[in-house]
Design a protein around this ligand. Structure first.
Ligand code: CA
Length: 230
């Protein structure tokens, strides 16, 4: 799971963030105070991104950020700053934050920032090099021997199908255009038709979906492309 620490003392904002993170496929770990945030980070060394509110009752968000960096941690850090505190941005970045989001923010904006930081901090990449595995729902993709398992049962894939699966599992919940899939899997110098994407996905669905006529893993984004997820 893609764990994200959410440090925010206002419960209404915290639950708003938590709901939206869950919807985007993240596992939020909540903290109400700076002290709790540090405890949760210790308890959950697999947290990849932290959202830190600045104004807190005990230790402020900047100090938390400083302490996280002082411990040598390279997790992604996004500060949640108030509009009235323009200086927060500079201070936050100086203390080691990667980005900041100004309140009030939209769910889409927050998710986009987290996705970007998550990718940049190499969340997926590190998981892959450490374990050689990408896991999503019942699927386990072994990136060393390029095999796929569903509920522990091997599914035979072509190299192209493997590459499509890897692209999807690297980008859970993200709508990928057919052009994007074509470029990533076949390469930018491939001069085929977009239809090749649809054909391969149809075949892949037959192999991996519980019911290929009602796909739930590879879903269609009408007029655009496809998405991995739920
Ligand atoms: Ca606050």
């Amino acid at each position: 799971m893609k764990k994200v620490l959410v440090l925010e003392d206002e419960s209404s904002i915290r639950s708003f963030v938590v709901i939206n993170l869950k919807r985007s496929g993240y596992e939020p770990i909540e903290a109400e105070t700076g002290e709790q945030a540090l405890e949760q980070l210790k308890k959950n060394p697999d947290i990849r991104v932290a959202l830190l509110d600045v104004m807190l009752p005990d230790i402020d968000g900047f100090e938390i950020c400083r302490r996280i960096r002082a411990s040598g941690s390279k997790i992604g850090i996004i500060m949640l700053t108030a509009k009235s505190q323009e200086m927060d941005k500079v201070t936050g970045l100086m203390t080691g934050a990667d980005d900041y989001v100004t309140k009030p923010f939209s769910p889409a904006e927050l998710t986009a920032r987290i996705d970007a930081i998550y990718r940049r901090t190499g969340g997926d990449f590190e998981e892959e090099t450490v374990s050689g595995e990408l896991v999503s729902g019942p699927f386990k993709l072994n990136t060393r021997n390029r095999t796929l398992e569903k509920n522990g049962v091997r599914i035979r894939l072509t190299q192209i199908e493997y590459s499509i699966m890897k692209l999807f599992m690297d980008n859970p919940g993200k709508a990928l255009s057919r052009e994007e899939i074509l470029n990533e899997v076949w390469g930018r110098d491939y001069f085929g038709e977009l239809k090749i994407v649809d054909v391969n996905i149809r075949r892949l669905r037959i192999k991996i979906e519980d019911d290929p006529t009602i796909p739930t893993y590879i879903t269609t984004v009408w007029g655009y492309g496809y998405k991995w997820g739920f």
